[in-house]
Write a protein that binds this ligand. Structure first.
Ligand SMILES: [Zn+2]
Length: 479
């Protein structure tokens, strides 16, 4: 095609564009049934390389697991967590019925019941440490995380972490005596971790999956920071982490309802990058291709579909204004981490003393939780993380050849020696498109050259498993 193009330019240079780039451009991307993405700009540049990307659909085993998610169980978990009165990080740890210690022990005992069905694959641990006096910590206190870890069958060293925080608060963040039900913030997130742990306990993911309930979030992300630091200290390869925090209600403060949407927050350039890598990223326009955003794109591709009944609204920022969450603790350790949060928050039911004022009920009470909605959010988590844990790991050392001027693009990467890998797929999108729009399977190779210009689109490389599962894409840097 290029030869013909050059010949054409030589003969009729004035009309070359009209002859060879007709005005009827390809249809906008994802004018397909799945409405995967609808960015019209993604149709440029016109090209016959590759094909329009078709999102990966859940297989039969995954659909079976999705069907096991039970809103009634989720409701019972949230009710039990609320029954401990307060789960404030500084509340009592000497009672079996009230306070954060009782909540921790109950979560651990439930997780151990799930583990009993796992034929030894799931281990439940309660790692903790004593946090000395610090910001929002007025006396030394034991901070404990409850973790249910399902070891991977073929790639146990690759780890995916899902958390919710089981601590709660009222208006005064230091008040550890009054009831702080925390039904939405964040018993809902803990319920997702627990429900998924129950379902995955009887399955065999290829990589390791961790379902966590962490503490100390409201006082300053203490539990998640301890967990992320522990993984970093042991050089654990955490390839993806998500915090489910405030995922319990589909109704906003103006009564607006969006029961089929979940927000996904994904940070841009990692703050942990070297100065050299950060400036290289700016120079080549890689600001929108952080590992966290590739993880976010992956979630949309695999989990926004008829199996979950959910749309995923990706927000390209770390978190909401004035707010933070446990994913930040993992990002600070250099891990790819994202946050799920309901679409429209109602601040009357977060961080509030339970009271009625001018006819308005305040407080984070179970009556404001939509259990069917939490179940659908659990499905999004399950599909995303099961798909990650059964795909090959992210492709390593992906580079684009930037040593020569040219309109072809050449990529290299480290070819895996795993027999689980069937080959590699090049994906790309317009620089203004939010999600990958095109793909090309290139075989089980470690390098490829395509006749598409790296100047005009953003590329990524991902691995394809023999089971059809695909990894998140890796963004290539010049090398
Ligand atoms: Zn929270």
């Amino acid at each position: 095609m290029r030869t013909w193009l050059l010949l054409g330019l030589a003969i009729v240079p004035i009309w070359a564009n009209e002859i060879f780039f007709p005005r009827d451009l390809p249809a906008p991307i994802a004018a397909n049934d799945s409405t995967y993405t609808d960015c019209a700009n993604a149709a440029w540049p016109p090209s016959d390389v590759g094909e329009e990307l078709v999102p990966q659909a859940p297989d039969d085993e995954l659909r079976e697991m999705i069907n096991e998610i039970d809103p009634e169980r989720i409701k019972a978990i949230i009710a039990k967590l609320v029954s401990f009165g307060t789960r404030h990080t500084l509340s009592t740890q000497n009672s079996t019925t009230r306070g954060i210690g009782a909540a921790r022990d109950w979560i651990a005992s439930e997780m151990r019941k799930y583990a009993a069905e796992s034929e030894g694959r799931m281990k439940v641990t309660v790692p903790g440490y004593v946090q000395g006096i610090a910001n929002r910590i007025s006396f030394p206190v034991l901070i404990s995380n409850v973790l249910a870890t399902v070891e991977g069958t073929t790639d146990p060293g690759r780890v995916y972490v899902i958390t919710g925080h089981y601590d709660s608060r009222v208006t005064d963040v230091m008040n550890y005596e009054d009831d702080a039900p925390g039904a939405n913030d964040d018993a809902s997130g803990v319920a997702v971790s627990m429900e998924l742990a129950r379902i995955v306990a009887t399955r065999k993911p290829r990589a390791t999956m961790v379902f966590g309930a962490v503490a100390g979030e409201e006082q300053g992300l203490y539990g998640a920071a301890f967990l992320a630091q522990t993984y970093r200290n042991s050089s654990t390869n955490v390839e993806g982490m998500v915090s489910n925090d405030i995922i319990g209600s589909s109704t906003g403060d103006r009564g607006q309802r969006e029961p089929y949407t979940i927000r996904l927050f994904a940070q841009g350039p990692p703050l942990t990058e070297t100065t050299q890598r950060a400036s290289q990223r700016l120079q080549i326009g890689g600001e929108n291709d952080s590992p966290a955003r590739e993880l976010g794109r992956f979630a949309v591709e695999v989990a926004a579909n008829d199996a979950t009944e959910m749309n995923i609204a990706v927000i390209y920022r770390l978190d909401r204004f004035l707010r933070g969450g446990d994913h930040s603790a993992f990002l600070q350790q250099g891990y790819a981490a994202i946050r799920f949060t309901e679409p429209n928050e109602n601040f009357d039911h977060q961080h509030q003393n339970i009271r009625v004022e001018d006819g308005t009920q305040y407080g984070d009470l179970p009556e404001f939780v939509d259990y069917e909605y939490v179940a659908r959010v659990a499905k999004v988590n399950l599909v995303t993380f099961w798909s990650l844990a059964n795909a090959p790991g992210k492709v390593q050392n992906v580079t684009v050849n930037a040593s020569l001027l040219g309109n072809d693009s050449q990529f290299s990467w480290v070819k895996s020696d795993s027999t689980d890998v069937a080959g590699y797929e090049l994906v790309w999108r317009s620089t203004t498109a939010p999600l990958w729009t095109h793909s090309l399977f290139v075989g089980n190779v470690g390098t490829v050259t395509v006749s598409l210009s790296k100047d005009n689109v953003i590329f990524g490389i991902r691995a394809v498993g023999i089971n059809g599962y695909k990894s998140p894409a890796t963004y290539p840097f010049p090398g």
